[in-house]
Write a protein that binds this ligand. Sequence first.
Ligand SMILES: Cc1cc2nc3c(=O)[nH]c(=O)nc-3n(C[C@H](O)[C@H](O)[C@H](O)COP(=O)(O)OP(=O)(O)OC[C@H]3O[C@@H](n4cnc5c(N)ncnc54)[C@H](O)[C@@H]3O)c2cc1C
Length: 483
Amino acid sequence: MSVNKTDYDAIVIGSGPNGLAAAITIQQAGLSVLLVEAKETIGGGMRSAELTLPHFIHDVCSAIHPLAECSPFFKTLPLEKHGLEFIDPVIAAAHPFTDGTAAALYKSIEQTAKGLGEDEGSYYKLINPVVKNWPGIIAGVLAPLHFPKHPFDMARFGLKALTSAQHVSKIFQSKKARGLWGGMAAHSIQPLSNAATSAPGLILMGAAHSTGWPLAKGGSQTIANALASYFLSIGGSIETNFYVDSLNKLPSARALLFDVTPKQLLTIAGYKFSSLYKWQLERYRYGLGVFKIDWALDGPIPFTAPECRQAGTVHLGNTFEEIADSEQQTSDGKHPQKPFVLLTQQSLFDPSRAPEGKHTAWAYCHVPNGSRLNMTRLIEKQVERFAPGFGDRIMERHVMNTAQIEEYNPNYIGGDIVGGVMDLRQLFTRPGLRLSPYKTSARGIYICSSSTPPGGGIHGMCGYHAAKKALRDVFNKKAAVIY
Ligand SMILES: Cc1cc2nc3c(=O)[nH]c(=O)nc-3n(C[C@H](O)[C@H](O)[C@H](O)COP(=O)(O)OP(=O)(O)OC[C@H]3O[C@@H](n4cnc5c(N)ncnc54)[C@H](O)[C@@H]3O)c2cc1C
């Protein structure tokens, strides 16, 4: 469908959580916003589809939503009225070992700590301060670098978060606690010896004990649909099948907000930028890729450990050492024989995902950026290690290597799912060291994707903060206050 030559106050390019959040924030200020999306459907990393067999609904990208549930911006929106319902699995995450036992991350910090035996006290000491100060910590973590409203809580959190997961692992003695910690920290998608790899571990565990690790009833697509439905209800416009490869393609507008990564932004609007800004974007670093697999199953995954059969997410990596080795090898450009696998089993808690008695499962492992290797055999071997008989339950599978993932969503450069490495150097300076990370050097052009702070995940906060900046600069208006 083509767009009539109409003027808009702002145009947002890309309908991921950040594009939708940016569009909503500007529309809420009483301005007119057009949201354009390259693909046939909206949602970016929040889409769901029948990837394998009819009536099996798979989350194509994101599946589990601790960040969406605690997003300060999403919380202000009436998303339930627009069809969003979160479901909390009985156990947020389980971590099985080859001896048939498992560690489990429950909503209750006490229950989780108790399950870790001799490390009960150490777990409590590590996580309790995060849980106690959660509202201040999550607000600080999901904001650009600024003077925090709760400086002491943030400083205490920061001291631990900025250390390596390897370093923090030393507080634990048991295989269970060390393994559980390793799986959480590996969400950093980096070697666990890197600085700040403790941050995702602490945030994810804090979220599990505070809000939860929910999945969206009906599929992650319902988050996108709820955001889009709300945006339309307040007067916004959406055009799909609208791939922007040049600024000339767009109707006129006073502000453009790009939910794309630096590489794409350079291609589309590079000629508008100062040489310093171009130099910064050209040096932006992308991280490891992922190999993704979805299964249609004729029954639940037969995990040996009962905790895994009640968990929304299962981390398959056995010991801390095995996980650390897998992440290090991947970072060295190799494909580990025992890759660390992140697996979710939505249909156990949401029957709408599969026909009666049947199930879906979703998994991925980290691979070198741009890898074309088919990791199906190695991923399925990892599942089989902790769930003998799994292979017999597979009715159909759908796989995506890094090239197919990038083809599916142009923001996933080389299979990088968080819009650029989230290491210490690039965590707050994404996409470059600037007074405002959202403002480009060209008047009226902003970047609002996960390549800006606070980075990857479904939370919309990059979009909210970018829109806030554009509202102030271009329109002399304030965004709705969310903190
Ligand atoms: C396999 C996988 C698993 C994941 N699991 C989770 C999870 O469980 N929980 C979680 O919180 N996060 C998860 N993520 C990460 C999450 O999906 C991303 O961090 C998030 O989607 C980034 O949001 P965004 O708005 O910045 O960009 P995206 O969601 O990537 O959206 C960008 C949109 O812009 C469009 N676009 C790009 N270029 C153009 C153009 N030139 N013209 C028009 N449109 C364009 C794209 O088509 C896309 O729709 C996962 C990602 C993947 C791939």
